[in-house]
Design a protein around this ligand. Structure first.
Ligand code: SAM
Length: 242
C-alpha cells in the first residue's frame, strides 16, 4: 500500500510514523508513507496556502490550488514509477478528513486496508475550498462529532487503525480475531501476572488450564460487557443471527 498525506504541518507526523507497528510496517515494505508539505505546491512566491472566504465570514480557508497541484503531482509520480509495484486496484482513494464526513469505524478501516493507494488531505483553519470536496475527493471521514483544529490527528487515527489490519503487519494475526468490534462484540477482560495483586485476584477459570472453559468464560464476558456498554452492537449481532 502507498499512503500520501497532504498537510501544512508535516512535522506533526514524524513521531507517529517512526514508532511501533507503523514503523515496522514500513520497514517490512508493507506500506510506503509520504508526507507532503502543501506549501511546496503553492503557485505564489510567499508559499501562502490560505485565503479569506468569498462572501465574508470568520477566519481563513485552505485554497484549492496547492491541494489540486499536490494530488496531480502524486498521480504523475505514481504513473511514472512503473517500479512502484502498485498492481491491481491502483486507483487511489482521495480522502478528506472532515467533521462533516462519515463517522470512522472498524468496518471502514477494514475496507481501506484493502486499497493499494490512499491520499489523505488534512484541512486546517475554517476548513477547505469546497471545490476540493466536489472535484477531487472520493470520501470524507470524520473521527467523531467534535471539531479539531486540523485534519492531522484524524489522519493519524485512520492510518494507525488501517495499517494494523493489513495482512502480515501484526506479528500474531490472531490478535485481530477477538478484538473489540469484531463480530459486533467488545473484547473480554484480560489479566496478566501476578495472579493476586494486593488481594485483587485473577478469575480462577483463567488459571485452570481448561481451554474450553476459558473460551466459554471469555465469550460470556464479551457478551456481558457489550450488553452493558454497547447494547447497539448487541442488537446488530442478534439481527445478524451470530
Ligand atoms: N469549519 C469547519 C466546520 O465547521 O465543519 C471545521 C474546520 S476544522 C477547525 C479544521 C479542519 O480540521 C477540518 O478541515 C478537518 O480537516 C479537520 N477536522 C476537524 N474536526 C474533525 C473531525 N471530527 N474529523 C475529521 N477531521 C476533522
Amino acid at each position: 500500500m502507498r499512503i500520501d498525506i497532504l498537510t501544512i504541518f508535516p512535522k506533526m507526523f514524524s513521531a507517529v510514523l517512526q514508532e511501533s507497528i507503523i514503523k515496522r510496517a514500513q520497514q517490512k515494505n508493507m506500506v510506503q508513507i509520504f508526507v507532503h508539505d502543501l506549501r511546496n505546491y503553492t503557485a505564489n512566491k510567499h508559499r501562502k496556502v490560505d485565503d479569506r472566504p468569498y462572501g465574508g465570514g470568520p477566519g481563513m480557508i485552505l485554497c484549492c490550488q496547492p491541494i489540486f497541484s499536490a494530488v496531480r503531482h502524486i498521480l504523475q509520480e505514481v504513473k511514472k514509477e512503473k517500479t512502484n509495484k502498485i498492481k491491481g486496484k491502483a486507483k487511489p482513494q482521495v480522502i478528506l478528513l472532515c467533521p462533516q464526513g462519515k463517522t470512522f469505524s472498524q468496518k471502514m478501516a477494514k475496507k481501506l486496508a484493502k486499497e493499494k493507494h490512499l491520499i489523505f488531505i488534512c484541512g486546517r483553519y475554517e476548513g477547505i475550498d469546497e471545490r476540493v470536496r466536489t472535484h477531487l475527493v472520493n470520501q470524507e471521514i470524520s473521527i467523531g462529532d467534535f471539531v479539531l483544529s486540523g485534519g492531522e490527528l484524524p489522519a493519524m487515527v485512520v492510518i494507525d487503525t488501517l495499517i494494523r489490519l493489513i495482512p502480515g503487519v501484526l506479528g500474531d494475526k490472531n490478535s485481530l480475531n477477538f478484538e473489540s468490534f469484531e463480530g459486533n462484540l467488545l473484547e473480554y477482560p484480560q489479566f496478566s501476572r501476578p495472579a493476586n495483586f494486593e488481594g485483587m485476584k485473577v478469575p480462577s477459570v483463567l488459571l485452570s488450564g481448561n481451554h474450553a472453559l476459558i473460551t466459554a468464560w471469555r465469550k460470556a464476558q464479551a457478551l456481558k460487557r457489550t450488553k452493558q456498554r454497547r447494547p447497539d452492537l448487541l442488537k446488530k449481532l442478534i439481527s445478524k443471527g451470530e
